[in-house]
Design a protein around this ligand. Structure first.
Ligand code: IPE
Ligand code: IPE
Ligand code: MG
Length: 233
Protein backbone atom coordinates (compact mmCIF):
# COMPACT_ATOMS: atom_id res chain seq x y z
CA UNK A 1 0.00 0.00 0.00
CA UNK A 2 1.09 3.52 -0.71
CA UNK A 3 1.21 5.66 2.44
CA UNK A 4 -1.37 8.42 2.45
CA UNK A 5 0.89 10.76 4.39
CA UNK A 6 4.67 10.74 4.16
CA UNK A 7 6.63 12.98 6.49
CA UNK A 8 10.34 13.72 6.30
CA UNK A 9 12.93 15.06 8.73
CA UNK A 10 15.29 16.43 6.11
CA UNK A 11 18.64 16.25 7.87
CA UNK A 12 22.27 16.27 6.75
CA UNK A 13 22.65 19.35 4.55
CA UNK A 14 25.54 20.78 6.55
CA UNK A 15 27.53 17.55 6.58
CA UNK A 16 26.91 17.07 2.87
CA UNK A 17 28.45 20.48 2.21
CA UNK A 18 31.31 19.96 4.69
CA UNK A 19 32.27 16.74 2.90
CA UNK A 20 32.73 18.89 -0.19
CA UNK A 21 34.62 21.64 1.66
CA UNK A 22 31.78 23.99 0.93
CA UNK A 23 29.77 26.29 3.24
CA UNK A 24 26.70 24.83 4.91
CA UNK A 25 24.49 27.07 2.77
CA UNK A 26 25.58 25.05 -0.26
CA UNK A 27 24.05 21.96 1.35
CA UNK A 28 20.78 23.73 2.05
CA UNK A 29 20.59 24.87 -1.56
CA UNK A 30 21.23 21.38 -2.87
CA UNK A 31 18.69 20.08 -0.37
CA UNK A 32 16.04 22.17 -2.10
CA UNK A 33 16.56 19.99 -5.18
CA UNK A 34 15.75 16.93 -3.09
CA UNK A 35 12.55 18.64 -1.97
CA UNK A 36 11.53 19.02 -5.58
CA UNK A 37 12.42 15.38 -6.33
CA UNK A 38 10.39 14.09 -3.37
CA UNK A 39 7.38 16.20 -4.34
CA UNK A 40 7.49 14.72 -7.84
CA UNK A 41 7.98 11.19 -6.54
CA UNK A 42 5.04 11.67 -4.15
CA UNK A 43 2.73 12.80 -6.94
CA UNK A 44 3.88 9.88 -9.11
CA UNK A 45 3.30 7.35 -6.35
CA UNK A 46 -0.11 8.72 -5.35
CA UNK A 47 0.90 9.97 -1.91
CA UNK A 48 -1.74 12.51 -0.79
CA UNK A 49 0.15 14.41 1.93
CA UNK A 50 3.84 15.19 2.14
CA UNK A 51 5.08 17.05 5.19
CA UNK A 52 8.62 18.34 5.43
CA UNK A 53 10.46 19.37 8.59
CA UNK A 54 12.21 22.35 7.08
CA UNK A 55 13.15 24.54 10.04
CA UNK A 56 12.63 23.71 13.69
CA UNK A 57 12.05 26.13 16.55
CA UNK A 58 15.44 25.03 17.86
CA UNK A 59 17.03 25.95 14.53
CA UNK A 60 16.46 29.63 15.43
CA UNK A 61 19.46 29.15 17.75
CA UNK A 62 21.86 28.66 14.84
CA UNK A 63 24.22 31.48 13.81
CA UNK A 64 22.32 34.43 12.43
CA UNK A 65 23.93 34.10 8.96
CA UNK A 66 22.74 30.51 8.62
CA UNK A 67 19.23 31.42 9.77
CA UNK A 68 18.96 34.34 7.37
CA UNK A 69 20.39 32.18 4.58
CA UNK A 70 17.66 29.60 5.16
CA UNK A 71 14.98 32.32 5.25
CA UNK A 72 16.25 33.70 1.94
CA UNK A 73 16.39 30.25 0.39
CA UNK A 74 12.85 29.52 1.53
CA UNK A 75 11.62 32.65 -0.25
CA UNK A 76 13.63 31.86 -3.40
CA UNK A 77 12.32 28.31 -3.58
CA UNK A 78 8.71 29.42 -3.01
CA UNK A 79 9.03 31.87 -5.91
CA UNK A 80 10.83 29.40 -8.17
CA UNK A 81 8.51 26.46 -7.59
CA UNK A 82 5.25 28.42 -7.75
CA UNK A 83 4.25 27.40 -11.28
CA UNK A 84 5.55 23.89 -10.89
CA UNK A 85 3.43 23.28 -7.81
CA UNK A 86 0.31 24.59 -9.47
CA UNK A 87 0.84 22.60 -12.66
CA UNK A 88 1.37 19.42 -10.69
CA UNK A 89 -1.72 19.94 -8.55
CA UNK A 90 0.25 20.51 -5.36
CA UNK A 91 -1.37 22.52 -2.61
CA UNK A 92 1.13 24.38 -0.43
CA UNK A 93 0.70 24.96 3.29
CA UNK A 94 3.08 26.27 5.92
CA UNK A 95 2.71 25.04 9.49
CA UNK A 96 4.54 26.20 12.60
CA UNK A 97 5.09 29.13 14.91
CA UNK A 98 4.89 31.51 11.99
CA UNK A 99 4.56 34.56 14.24
CA UNK A 100 8.36 34.48 14.45
CA UNK A 101 8.73 35.04 10.70
CA UNK A 102 9.26 38.39 9.00
CA UNK A 103 6.45 40.12 7.13
CA UNK A 104 7.88 39.49 3.61
CA UNK A 105 8.07 35.73 4.26
CA UNK A 106 4.57 35.71 5.73
CA UNK A 107 3.31 37.54 2.65
CA UNK A 108 5.01 35.03 0.33
CA UNK A 109 3.53 32.13 2.28
CA UNK A 110 0.02 33.59 2.20
CA UNK A 111 0.31 34.27 -1.55
CA UNK A 112 1.51 30.75 -2.35
CA UNK A 113 -1.16 29.16 -0.14
CA UNK A 114 -3.84 31.18 -1.93
CA UNK A 115 -2.38 30.49 -5.38
CA UNK A 116 -2.41 26.71 -4.84
CA UNK A 117 -5.56 26.54 -2.69
CA UNK A 118 -7.59 24.59 -5.24
CA UNK A 119 -4.85 22.03 -6.04
CA UNK A 120 -5.86 18.59 -4.88
CA UNK A 121 -3.39 15.96 -6.05
CA UNK A 122 -0.95 16.38 -3.19
CA UNK A 123 -0.92 18.60 -0.12
CA UNK A 124 2.60 19.76 0.67
CA UNK A 125 3.10 20.91 4.23
CA UNK A 126 6.23 22.78 5.08
CA UNK A 127 6.84 22.68 8.82
CA UNK A 128 8.68 25.87 9.47
CA UNK A 129 9.61 27.32 12.84
CA UNK A 130 7.86 24.21 14.09
CA UNK A 131 8.26 22.02 17.13
CA UNK A 132 6.06 19.26 18.46
CA UNK A 133 5.97 20.69 21.98
CA UNK A 134 5.10 24.13 20.64
CA UNK A 135 2.22 22.58 18.69
CA UNK A 136 0.76 20.86 21.74
CA UNK A 137 1.15 24.01 23.85
CA UNK A 138 -0.51 26.28 21.30
CA UNK A 139 -3.37 23.78 21.12
CA UNK A 140 -3.80 23.87 24.91
CA UNK A 141 -3.74 27.65 24.92
CA UNK A 142 -6.22 28.00 22.09
CA UNK A 143 -8.51 25.56 23.87
CA UNK A 144 -8.22 27.63 27.06
CA UNK A 145 -9.15 30.75 25.15
CA UNK A 146 -12.15 29.00 23.58
CA UNK A 147 -13.36 28.08 27.06
CA UNK A 148 -12.92 31.68 28.22
CA UNK A 149 -14.84 32.89 25.14
CA UNK A 150 -17.62 30.37 25.70
CA UNK A 151 -16.79 28.52 22.47
CA UNK A 152 -15.78 25.32 24.31
CA UNK A 153 -17.59 23.61 27.14
CA UNK A 154 -15.90 24.35 30.46
CA UNK A 155 -17.73 21.58 32.31
CA UNK A 156 -16.80 18.49 30.29
CA UNK A 157 -13.39 17.00 29.54
CA UNK A 158 -12.00 17.32 26.03
CA UNK A 159 -11.33 14.02 24.21
CA UNK A 160 -8.60 13.06 21.74
CA UNK A 161 -10.60 13.95 18.63
CA UNK A 162 -11.65 17.22 20.20
CA UNK A 163 -8.07 18.09 21.14
CA UNK A 164 -6.71 17.25 17.68
CA UNK A 165 -8.87 20.01 16.23
CA UNK A 166 -6.61 22.49 18.02
CA UNK A 167 -3.33 21.08 16.70
CA UNK A 168 -1.77 22.93 13.79
CA UNK A 169 -2.26 19.78 11.68
CA UNK A 170 -6.04 19.65 12.27
CA UNK A 171 -7.84 17.86 9.47
CA UNK A 172 -4.68 16.20 8.14
CA UNK A 173 -4.33 12.46 8.69
CA UNK A 174 -1.37 11.43 10.87
CA UNK A 175 1.82 10.45 9.01
CA UNK A 176 1.86 6.82 7.92
CA UNK A 177 5.56 6.91 7.16
CA UNK A 178 8.14 9.10 8.87
CA UNK A 179 11.51 9.27 7.13
CA UNK A 180 14.64 10.74 8.70
CA UNK A 181 17.72 11.23 6.56
CA UNK A 182 21.21 12.04 7.82
CA UNK A 183 21.79 9.11 10.15
CA UNK A 184 20.48 10.43 13.47
CA UNK A 185 18.07 8.17 15.32
CA UNK A 186 15.85 10.75 16.99
CA UNK A 187 12.70 12.75 16.45
CA UNK A 188 14.15 16.21 17.30
CA UNK A 189 10.88 17.67 18.62
CA UNK A 190 8.99 16.96 15.40
CA UNK A 191 5.36 15.78 15.18
CA UNK A 192 5.21 14.29 18.67
CA UNK A 193 1.48 13.77 18.95
CA UNK A 194 0.88 12.94 15.30
CA UNK A 195 3.59 10.27 15.01
CA UNK A 196 2.01 8.07 17.68
CA UNK A 197 1.59 5.21 15.18
CA UNK A 198 3.80 6.23 12.25
CA UNK A 199 6.19 3.74 10.68
CA UNK A 200 9.78 5.03 10.96
CA UNK A 201 12.40 4.83 8.24
CA UNK A 202 15.90 5.97 9.14
CA UNK A 203 18.64 6.27 6.55
CA UNK A 204 22.25 7.46 6.62
CA UNK A 205 21.77 9.12 3.23
CA UNK A 206 22.26 12.87 3.65
CA UNK A 207 19.31 14.99 2.57
CA UNK A 208 20.88 16.48 -0.59
CA UNK A 209 21.44 12.90 -1.83
CA UNK A 210 17.90 11.78 -1.04
CA UNK A 211 16.29 11.80 -4.47
CA UNK A 212 13.57 9.76 -6.19
CA UNK A 213 15.34 6.41 -5.90
CA UNK A 214 15.83 6.86 -2.16
CA UNK A 215 12.26 8.05 -1.71
CA UNK A 216 10.96 4.96 -3.51
CA UNK A 217 13.15 2.75 -1.31
CA UNK A 218 11.39 4.21 1.72
CA UNK A 219 7.99 3.54 0.13
CA UNK A 220 9.09 -0.05 -0.59
CA UNK A 221 10.09 -0.48 3.03
CA UNK A 222 6.66 0.76 4.10
CA UNK A 223 5.03 -1.88 1.87
CA UNK A 224 6.53 -4.58 4.05
CA UNK A 225 5.46 -3.17 7.39
CA UNK A 226 2.74 -4.86 9.33
CA UNK A 227 0.78 -2.27 11.25
CA UNK A 228 -0.95 -3.70 14.28
CA UNK A 229 -2.02 -0.70 16.36
CA UNK A 230 -1.73 -2.79 19.47
CA UNK A 231 -3.84 -5.63 18.14
CA UNK A 232 -2.59 -9.15 17.44
CA UNK A 233 -3.11 -9.80 13.74
C1 IPE B 1 18.97 19.96 7.92
O1 IPE B 1 20.33 19.89 7.72
C2 IPE B 1 18.43 21.32 7.58
C3 IPE B 1 17.99 22.10 8.74
C4 IPE B 1 17.96 21.66 9.95
C5 IPE B 1 17.59 23.47 8.50
P1 IPE B 1 21.37 20.38 8.81
O2 IPE B 1 21.66 21.82 8.58
O3 IPE B 1 20.91 20.04 10.19
O4 IPE B 1 22.63 19.51 8.42
P2 IPE B 1 23.61 18.73 9.39
O5 IPE B 1 22.75 17.86 10.27
O6 IPE B 1 24.35 19.75 10.17
O7 IPE B 1 24.47 17.94 8.48
C1 IPE C 1 16.02 18.48 12.61
O1 IPE C 1 17.36 18.57 12.25
C2 IPE C 1 15.28 19.68 12.11
C3 IPE C 1 15.08 19.75 10.67
C4 IPE C 1 15.46 18.85 9.82
C5 IPE C 1 14.41 20.92 10.20
P1 IPE C 1 18.44 19.16 13.26
O2 IPE C 1 19.76 19.06 12.59
O3 IPE C 1 18.04 20.49 13.72
O4 IPE C 1 18.32 18.14 14.48
P2 IPE C 1 19.32 17.78 15.65
O5 IPE C 1 19.83 19.08 16.20
O6 IPE C 1 20.43 16.97 15.05
O7 IPE C 1 18.51 16.98 16.60
MG1 MG D 1 21.11 18.39 11.35
Amino acid sequence: MVPVHVSIIMDGNGRWAQQRHMPRSFGHKEGAESVRACIEASVEAGVKYLSLYTFSEENWNRPVEEVSGIMGLFRTVMAKERKNLKENGVRFRAIGNLSRLSKPILDDIAALEAYTADCDKLTLMVLFSYSGKWDIMQAVNRYRRDIADGKADADSDIDITGFEKYLSTAGIPDPDLLIRTGGELRISNYLLWQCAYSEFYFTDVLWPDFRKTEFRKALDSFENRQRRYGEIN
